[in-house]
Structure formats: structure tokens, C-alpha cells
Ligand binder design. Sequence first.
Ligand SMILES: Nc1nc2c(c(=O)[nH]1)N[C@H]1C(S)=C(S)[C@@H](COP(=O)(O)OP(=O)(O)OC[C@H]3O[C@@H](n4cnc5c(N)ncnc54)[C@H](O)[C@@H]3O)O[C@H]1N2
Ligand code: MOO
Ligand SMILES: [Mg+2]
Length: 668
Amino acid sequence: MTDIVQQPQLQSWEVGVLTISDRVSRQQAIDQSGPELIKIIKEQLKVILESQLNITLKLSVIYKVVPDDIDAIRSIVSQWIAKDFRMIITTGGTGFSPRDQTPEAIEPLIKKKTPGIVVAMLKSSLDITAHAMLSRPVAGITDMSLIFTLPGSVKAVRENFITIMPALPHALALIASDQKASLPESHQSKDINKQPTSFSSDDSSKFGVSHTQGGHGHSHGGHSHGHSHSHGHHTCGGNKDSVRGSKYPMIDVDKAVSIILEQCKDIKTVESVPIAESLGMACATSVESVEPFPPFRASIKDGYAVRSVDGVGQYVVLGSSLAGGGDAHRLTEQQLKAERSCVRITTGAMMPEGYDAVVMVEDTQIITKATESQLEVINVDVAVAVGQDIRAVGSDIKAGTTVLNKGDKIGAAEIGLLATLGVTTISVFKPPKITIISTGDELMPHDTKEVKEGFIRDSNSLTLSSIVKEASQHFGEVGAQTVKNYGIVKDELEPLKEALVKSAECSDVIITSGGVSMGELDLVKPLLEKLGKVHFGRVNMKPGKPLTFATIENGQTGKKTLVFALPGNPVSTMVTFYLFVLPALRQMSGHSQINLPLVETKLGERVRMDPERPEYHRCFISWDFNQSCFVSQSTGSQASCRLLSMKKSNALLILPKKEGLRSKKEHL
Ligand SMILES: Nc1nc2c(c(=O)[nH]1)N[C@H]1C(S)=C(S)[C@@H](COP(=O)(O)OP(=O)(O)OC[C@H]3O[C@@H](n4cnc5c(N)ncnc54)[C@H](O)[C@@H]3O)O[C@H]1N2
Ligand code: MOO
Ligand SMILES: [Mg+2]
């Protein structure tokens, strides 16, 4: 049983700075670049490394100057590699002149190229000057060393190094923390199905330890100020340089959304459904009207069908044309031709041949009532124009009109239109099948009467199934068959694996909550790493930071399941659903409009901005008629466990991170 590493460790690193220059090596020039680089490393990089990797760093920088000579360069750099220098940085000799041969000297010593660093340097330099294209940087990894070349000028050295510095802690941690080395034997095998079927408590804590070493959130690096730095040697297994920072970079919300949408763009199920069951779904094809609507000339009013040319005066009423009834159809052409004849007509009824307008009943008077032998006579008091109060054939919908486009959401009106045109089934994008899984040893079913001490009721299951149904008006009617509640799963590998594997077989989307932060038993991330591909594991937002998105592909069938592993805090669960799951569900359901609407709003009161992350502050917005704008009211304390902050909330206020405010953690 290995001990779990408790405190940030003391580490000692060596970094090499090599100035490559004939003139400096012959003392014909003063080297400014090397010393500048050493200064930045000692004053800036060291601090970043310590805070991000939660370590105490004894950093020694070895500095050498050599001429522009390939052998001289190689002999120093090879020695430094052999001594496991963590970084080897050269300056000079990367230009176009004949003596510039640093790349040629270094390139053969590099085992793994790191083009990203080269691109980053070139891009940032090119943003400053086009001359940057005359630089030939190389970068790469050999054993424990990250090697890269900087230009000779001190300005370029500073610019290039500052550009790549933010990525260095993670880069150096990754080079040194070979995950496999820190995983106990039993977890080395690739295929999770060969894993031991049950983990003894000892196993799982060992698993927990390796996960912990790989997983501790460096974003809480600030906490280390509150801890005493222990200088004891490490007792844990795994390699000595295991770090406790999260291995998942924090990506921006927009980036996370685009990764998700990229993954779900080819997951669409098209089906033909009876139009009554298509509410909320998106059309998978466009729909044209075959016939015109109305199919006959129809009266818009209740009154009398007349020939407008007969104007005002007395008319004989020949019969009636009622909507769906009447006896006008029995009238002969001869009769209908009679001058000053008319037909009683109701709204929606068919206009008899030969009449070209409708007089409203209010504009007439009865002269003589109809008797056995005598037709009714009326007086038309108001003349009408040709076509008055008549809906011409196709005046609502011309034959051949595109009534619905692919991607249009089918709402009540659209269903009505389809019914009008006699369309009985419609091809739609079926909403994806969704399974919801709650994870956590502390959870009990929500209807548990007596909750044991230290336990809580599972609210996320119902919240999530309800939010899916509520949101289904945005992406399509979801019956019971499309939203399944798997229930509560313990924080144990096997049950979690079974829940994910079984759900992946029958769902397009799995939504889990809990178990994705930095706890020893937050096993969802490492499990998804084994079962599928984790596309990101942290998002720069509040709440919702540990949001994890993965895909599980079935090798045989090629079926791809999206897994949204939402944070367990009930508010984080809901907020991440709205911002990440809903757009995906809408895209998979074929909707062209997939994001929730963005509106500008005035703040109804002052709100605090978070010093670390952009915040999605729950609020209630309403239209202020005096100011003609939306005004937002906060729902109070925004703790991500406080579900009350979601009650009555109808909007998320997007608050940028407060620049300049030092994070509270640094004040520990
Ligand atoms: N050392 C660090 N700790 C934490 C970090 C971090 O960066 N470093 N992130 C914090 C943030 S931010 C969040 S959000 C939470 C998310 O943690 P998990 O996703 O692992 O969620 P759990 O730990 O399982 O639960 C969190 C919280 O929510 C309650 N919960 C969980 N499931 C349910 C449910 N179905 N119904 C109701 N309540 C639920 C659980 O009891 C916990 O109180 O991590 C922080 N930690
Ligand atoms: O990310 Mo969390 O801020 O607690 O949801
Ligand atoms: Mg947790």
C-alpha cells in the first residue's frame, strides 16, 4: 500500500541556457540574450512552475557560451540531456547566414518534435514583424529534457519565451509524469475488460493514488500557501516528479461547445413519425404543398354570394352554401345565371360558380321571407367590389410552396399546416436517446424517507430528466423511451463501468452527474479515458469547471455515444446542461437554431465578479417598459450547490472574470 502524497514536494531542476555566437565566444561582443533569459526564468518562470505544479522548486540555471559550431553545440546539449536537464534553451544561430547552424546541430538530438512550440513562437513573432519568417527555430523532447531554440536578439528572446512560458508548467509536468509508470501493474493493461473484475479496497485506493497524482487540481495550487511546505522525501509510488495539478487544461466555454458540436454533427436519426407526434422536432426534409389551399374559392364572411355588378337593391335568394353543407350545389347553371340572384353563404363555405363577391349579412335586409312557393327576397344595402371577402384558390398556400424547410422546428402552427395539406407523417430528426446516471456514494434515492447521516437524496436524476423534458420543446417531443433514468451508481469502478457500457449500448447521449472533480473517488474521468476518448475535462467557467465531455465508440458497430459527465453540484449540473448538452441535443435533433437566445440586459443590482473564472450568474430577467430594456435580478447566493439559486431563474448572466482582482486563494 503506498502512501498518498500529502504535501507539495521539494523538487530540484536544472535548466540549461546556451548562447551560440562566434563574436560573444571570442569576447568581441557582450551577451545580453543569455542573461535576459536567465532573469526571466528565475523571476517569472520559477513562480509559475511552483504555483501551477504546486511544488517547491530549487531551480539551477546552467549558462554556457559556444561559437556557431555544430560539434561545440552538440557536445554541451548532449551532456545536459544526459543529466536530465528539464529545459535546454539556446539563443542565436537560427538565422539564414552561413554560420547560422543551430537547427542543424540540435535537430538530430531531438527524439520527439514539438511543432506547437515552434508555431507559437513564429506566430507571435510574425504578429510583430515579417522578419520573423527568417528564423529557423526547432523544438522537441529528448528523455526528460524540453529543448528549444530562440533567436539571438534579446528582444526576440524575451518575446518568444514569454509566448511559450504559460504552457511550460504543463509541458514539463507531462514530460516527467509518464502516467503508465505511476499506474500500479493491475491497471497497466489497455483493455479495461481484462481489468480485475473487482477492486479490493487496497486496489482501489492504489488506483485512487495514481489518479490523485495525475489529477490534483493545480487550480487549487493557491491552497498550497496555506499548507506548510513539507521537505520530507516522497513516500508515494510512481515517479518522483508526479504532480498534483489537473492534467486537463481549462478550456474556454466556446471552445468546449465547438468540440461538442463537432463530435455530434454526424449523429442524426431520421424517422417518419405521425405529425401529431412531431411536436418540437426538426424537419429532416423540406415539405412542399402539393395542392393549393384553399382548394376552392371560400367565403370569408357570413352573408350572401352575389355578382358584384348587380350592386345594391333587391335579390332573390336561390339557396344556401354552408361550410360543408347547403343545397347550392343542386342549383342549375341556368338558375345561378338569373340576374339579381344570390346564395346565402357562411364563412368558409364554397363560393357557387358565377358569383364573385360576398355581401355581409349585416349589410342586407330581409324583404320577404321564404315560403313553400316563394323564394326569400333580400335587399343589399351596400355594394361590394369584385372578389370582396372571398379567399381565392391557393390564396393561403399556393401549390408547390415550400411550407417547411429542413431544420425547421415543428411547432403547433407547423403541425397545423401539415394537417391542412393532408400530410399525415413527417420525416424528422428523432431526438437522441438519453440515459441519465447519478454517481456518488453519498446518494440515496430521492424518495428515501430516513436519509442516513452524511447521506443526501439524489436530486440530479430528477432535475436532469425534467430539464430534458422541459427543454424538449426546444428539440423534440421526448417520450419515456428517449429519456431513461439509470439511477444512482456508487463511486466504484466496476458499477460505473457497467453503467456506462450498458447505457452506451442503448443511448446516443449519456448524462452523468458527479465524480469529475479532484477527489480520490472521482472515477468518472479516468474511466472515460479507458472506455472512450475524453475530449476535455475542465472548462474555464463558474459553475461547471470540472465538466467533462467524452465519446465512447463501439468498435464493431461504429456506434458513437456522447458522454456529458456533468459536475455533481446540482447548480453546476443544470448550468452545464443548458450551455453544453442542450445545444448538442438540438444539433443532433437537426435544429438549425441550436443555442439559447442571447439578450442584453441591465443589472438590477451590483453583482460580484469572480476573480478566477467567467461566471454564469443565475438571474431573473424581465422587460422594463420604462427603460425599454431587460433588467436582471440575481437569485441570491450563487454557490453551485445551492439549487435555490436556480429557482425562478430564467436566465444566466454571463459575467466576465474580474481581471486584476487577486484570487482569494492567494490571500490565504
Ligand atoms: N480540489 C478540488 N476540489 C474540487 C474542485 C477542484 O478544482 N479542486 N472543483 C470543485 C468544483 S468547481 C465542482 S463543480 C465540484 C464538482 O465535483 P464532482 O463533479 O466530483 O461532484 P461530486 O464531488 O460528486 O459532488 C459535488 C457535490 O454535489 C453533490 N451531489 C453529487 N451528486 C448529486 C446528486 N445526484 N444529487 C444531489 N447532490 C449531488 C455532492 O454531494 C457534493 O456535495 O468539485 C469541486 N471540488
Ligand atoms: O464549477 Mo463548480 O463552480 O462548483 O460548479
Ligand atoms: Mg467530487
